[in-house]
Design a protein around this ligand. Sequence first.
Ligand code: AKG
Length: 247
Amino acid sequence: MNQTINPPLQPLTGEQIEFFKEQGYFLYKRGMSSDLIDAFNGHIYDIRHQEPVPEWAACADHEKFSRRLFNPHKHDSFSRQAMKHPIIRGGLAQLMGREAVCVQSMYFYKEPGAPGQASHQDYYYIKNDPMTMIAAWVAMEERVDEENGCLWAMPGTHKLGLLPHGTVRNLEEHEHWTDETEGIDTSRQIPVVMEKGDILFFSELLIHSSNKNRSKDRWRRSYVCHYIREDSNILHREDLRQKYPLY
Ligand SMILES: O=C(O)CCC(=O)C(=O)O
């Protein structure tokens, strides 16, 4: 029997790879099917709807469906399957030049009224060597826009290296426990409006943020995984050392 692993897909064109290199991100339209996203949203809802809630997903009762669920890929096979999505696996292999492994996942509920995250570079939180980290941010709603707290990105800033980060300045808009980039005018950030199933790939040095969900009744669910090249290693963060292959 042939034991070889199937090679990753090559979903990105040369032009798209070039765009990523220049701008620090690339938006892949409709990478995941609407059916898959409905099933995954339902599954994540069920995890915290159980009695009792599994220990790894435990939270206060009033927070069951708010803010985020950390690292579901470590405990839940559906979350791992979504993390390994063939378009993501293939896109990352093209952008990194080798297969990627996953080190972190987050499922954001971001309910109406929930704060966003101040501008930052992911590398500030997750150091890795060599530096290869890329995030894949998947839209889990029909539409993710300025009103329900979409991501904002500052094109080209992945070329600036790691910038200083300090205390969050606008607590009305952003979560207090994160840090914010300093010494740079972040008004050049652009909103990344996305539709259900769109996948945003972005570099660990790209400055990005999100604002409060200001809608009355539109959630802003998303599934965000962070990946490094298979030969990179996570520094400092013991909790994110384990590498999850994508095949
Ligand atoms: O989705 C958000 O609101 C913030 C996500 C983010 O900044 C990240 O995953 O690095």
